[in-house]
Design a protein around this ligand. Sequence first.
Ligand code: ATP
Length: 260
Amino acid sequence: MPTPLHRPDVEDGGPRWGVVRGARLTVRGVVRRYGGIEAVGGVDLVAPGGRITALIGPNGAGKSTLFDCLAGTVRPDAGRVLLGGRDVTALAAHRRVRLGLARTFQQIAVFPTLSVADNVRVGAEQRRGRVAARTVLERTERALGLFGLSGLADEPAGVQPTGVLRLVELARALAGGPRVLLLDEPAAGLDAAQTGRLVAVLRGLAERGMALLLVEHDAELVAELADSVYAMAQGRVVAAGPTAAVLADARVAEAWGGRP
Ligand code: ATP
């Protein structure tokens, strides 16, 4: 028997989340135009289950627009998005959530008047239409525990600092038990300890088979977390492959102007 990984900074043992199956996000030839601008100009990408994939690039490269196309909040002008083997291109965002595609936002979006636990509960209820109250409670408690938020469960979300809210958003996304998780700058506003917890949790999710795709500006975090990287510039993928190779690619450095 392999020894389970010891994660002293994660309150709740992740294995109870079980193994995630059918996790894979495939993007084929996605195009999205705004007026004369091709914000996304024909992107192919695969985020496989069990891996952390990073999407990097300078401001205006098209990362957020691509994320919106994947999540379903923006409809691409061309191309296809597949979740597992299923074409979800024509599905609305909430239907993709029910099929197991969760996302977090660059701009934190919590309900300020609800408690921390109730914010997370929203995510637990979202995955499928009707879930037993006990299941919702269990999922909520598990997600809170995963990010060390149990002690704040009954506190109003609105008064929490940015770092805590970022973790609340993550817990909410995870409470629905997604197969694919889209993260838009998940470490923004987190302190070193919270970032450490985030890294441990995200790795644990990938180990259980989840597909993670993150937009991240912090090159150190990308280097530490990601198995592979897609680098975008001006709507296109300019480099893709194993993290170290892409981060060392001259085209990537050029597109970034030296700054990831
Ligand atoms: P950042 O790192 O700053 O978030 P990004 O890589 O996410 O940048 P996008 O926000 O996707 O890039 O923008 C790509 C291009 O599309 C930019 O030129 C932007 O001005 C344009 N764009 C994005 N959204 C819209 C919109 N709703 N209407 C018009 N143009 C848009």
